[in-house]
Design a protein. Structure first.
Length: 88
């Protein structure tokens, strides 16, 4: 589905070769058996899984909300950990 769009993207974007055989989207600490990148459907079970993953990444550090600015747009991040640089 995505493959046909690669030539079009190459016309409008600078392409950078990552040069790695590792798919870092799938790298976890293996504390859980769940290595999914996209968690669906959105239900109580998936919310609990996302919370566990967030807590593991945050290492139970300080959690807060923040607002990021990108290209003049303000993006609210409801939960983040400043020490682990992760949020959702």
């Amino acid at each position: 589905l995505f493959t046909p769009f690669i030539p079009l993207l190459s016309e409008f974007c600078t392409v950078h070769a990552v040069g790695s055989e590792t798919d870092y989207r799938l790298v976890t600490t293996a504390e859980e058996n769940d290595r999914r990148v996209f968690i669906t459907p959105l239900d109580d079970s998936s919310s609990a899984l996302l919370e566990r993953k967030f807590q593991r990444l945050c290492r139970s550090g300080e959690q807060a909300s923040t607002t990021l600015e990108a290209k003049g747009r303000r993006i609210v991040v409801p939960r983040c950990s400043r020490s682990a640089k992760v949020g959702y």
